[in-house]
Design a protein around this ligand. Structure first.
Ligand code: 13P
Length: 251
């Protein structure tokens, strides 16, 4: 049985003070969410304070990106070890905004994933097609490419630390959610690919989140799909009440 993983991705929102205030407001609201894993991906500046504020709660804290090297002359970058030391237990890698605006490629995604795992971090690997790619009938080709190339060289044992987030680019921040059946179709395709790559047992254990305009009003329907094992949420994760509603979608 896969444990659902509801995770916020704050993107470039929240100061240190705002992040700490969020956790202090949210922790009581999500404390009773049994059987659901809860996480927040946050800007680097807020991570340490956020992780300290979240200590002793059921909220995990993660980075939104990392470099693949341990240290070095890479101005502006942050290593996986630095994230871990700041209190992160996971990192989001390969988000479409990183691919679109910051030159992220499957090659850099793959290097980052390996470095993150080597530093004890779990990984949320993001994949997803643009509207043009969907309309050209290339959805599964694009998504499979992101997943296969991103995971190249990993062994079955490492897959226990990997979560996949399917985020159709056309559904991110647009208010346009993939229909639950559309999400399910792609998620099932990802699980089939994982089965081919790592075997059935491993593939059945990997959690596949959906991301793209998930809100309290639609989370339950999305989560009811058999291969949807969580959500990666941008806008609706920024307010404690809305975040708590997402996390408590079962009750
Ligand atoms: P929204 O929930 O704001 O559409 O963002 C989704 C996303 O990109 C999460 O990583």
């Amino acid at each position: 049985m896969r444990k659902p993983f509801i995770c916020g991705n704050w993107k470039m929102y929240k100061t240190v003070a705002e992040a700490v205030a969020f956790v202090n407001a949210a922790k009581g609201l999500v404390a009773g969410a049994a059987g659901v894993e809860i996480g927040i991906g946050a800007p680097a500046t807020a991570l340490k304070a956020l992780a300290d504020a979240a200590k002793g709660t059921n909220i995990r804290v993660g980075g939104e990106n990392c470099h693949w090297e341990k240290e070095g002359a890479f101005t502006g970058e942050i290593s996986p070890g630095m994230l871990a030391e700041a209190g992160c237990s996971f990192v989001i890698i390969g988000h479409s905004e990183r691919r679109q605006y910051f030159g992220e490629t499957d090659g850099t995604v793959n290097k980052k994933i390996k470095a993150a795992l080597a530093n004890g971090l779990d990984v949320i690997l993001c994949c997803g097609e643009t509207l043009a790619e969907r309309e050209a009938g290339k959805t599964s080709q694009v998504v499979d490419g992101h997943v296969k190339n991103g995971l190249a060289g990993l062994d079955a044992g490492q897959m226990a630390k990997i979560v996949i987030a399917y985020e159709p680019v056309w559904a991110i921040g647009t208010g346009r959610t993939a229909a639950p059946a559309q999400a399910q179709e792609v998620h099932a395709g990802i699980r089939k690919l994982l089965t081919d790559l790592f075997g059935r047992e491993v593939a059945e254990g990997v959690r596949i989140q959906y991301g793209g305009s998930v809100k309290p009003e639609n989370v339950k329907e999305i989560m009811s799909q058999p291969d949807v094992d969580g959500a990666l949420v941008g806008g609706a994760s920024l307010k404690p009440e809305s975040f708590a509603q997402l996390v408590n979608y079962q009750g």
